[in-house]
Design a binder for this molecule. Structure first.
Ligand code: CA
Length: 239
């Protein structure tokens, strides 16, 4: 099991911690847990995890602060696990770099499905060795790299998955259901907040003027498109 994927659980509720760890271990992951924010910060500074399951309400240092410390780093991916299911918390967490948000209570199957989905984005490989150029942005689908004005732009796995999907169809409009289903999975096709938040994150990283985007353009009411297009091109997945 030396190759098992390492996951850190940060959760102060003892019984929940045990239940999640046992689900993760049964799922074949190398899962480890800490019960407060200070330990979490320390472990994350000194060890390499691919994924963090992060509770927001924690002793000493809360989950928001941990999330803030991870911001800007491509790994680990972060799934928030919280009893606070308010939409504004979700949007704030996604905006701060979380990849997903799971509201308590949740079942082991749902947890493992979310974990698999996030890890799939980390390990996704593109089959198209294409390079797409929009203005000064270069998206290299084969190398999984993106640069702006010659400077490498670091993306999280989820940001990359969204950009890659747009780049594979550069010039074509993809509607929100296609993008949500393609990046997050079929159960997310109605969750436009995820898409809106991640589009904003990409625009902040890629656009000269994020408020007036030219790289990731809004197409129609609910779609996006990478770069300009011939208007004769039919939209994909539009309905
Ligand atoms: Ca808690």
């Amino acid at each position: 099991m030396t190759d098992a994927i390492r996951i850190l659980l940060v959760e102060d509720d003892r019984s929940l911690r045990q239940a999640i760890i046992s689900a993760l271990l049964q799922g074949g992951y190398a899962a480890d847990a800490v019960n407060d924010g200070i330990q979490a910060a320390q472990r994350l500074r000194t060890e390499a995890f691919e994924l963090v399951l992060l509770d927001l309400g924690l002793p000493f240092v809360d989950g928001w602060e941990i999330l803030g410390q991870l911001k800007g780093h491509p790994l680990p991916s972060v799934i928030i696990i919280s009893a606070r299911g308010e939409e504004q918390d979700k949007v704030r967490a996604l905006d701060m770099g979380a990849d997903d948000y799971l509201t308590k209570p949740f079942g082991a199957d749902e947890l493992l499905a979310r974990v698999r989905a996030v890890l799939r984005r980390v390990h996704a490989t593109s089959t198209s060795p294409r390079v797409v150029r929009i203005d000064e942005v270069v998206v290299d689908l084969g190398a999984r790299a993106v640069s702006r004005a010659g400077v490498e732009v670091r993306l999280t796995p989820t940001e990359w998955a969204l950009l890659a999907l747009l780049a594979e169809h550069a010039g074509a409009a993809l509607d929100h259901r296609t993008l949500l289903g393609g990046v997050w999975g079929p159960e997310y096709v109605g969750d436009r907040n995820y898409l809106r938040t991640f589009i904003q994150r990409l625009r902040r990283k890629l656009e000269a003027d994020p408020g007036n985007p030219t790289v990731i353009q809004t197409a129609g009411r609910n779609g996006y498109r990478l770069g300009p297009i011939p208007e004769s091109r039919p939209p994909i997945g539009m309905r």
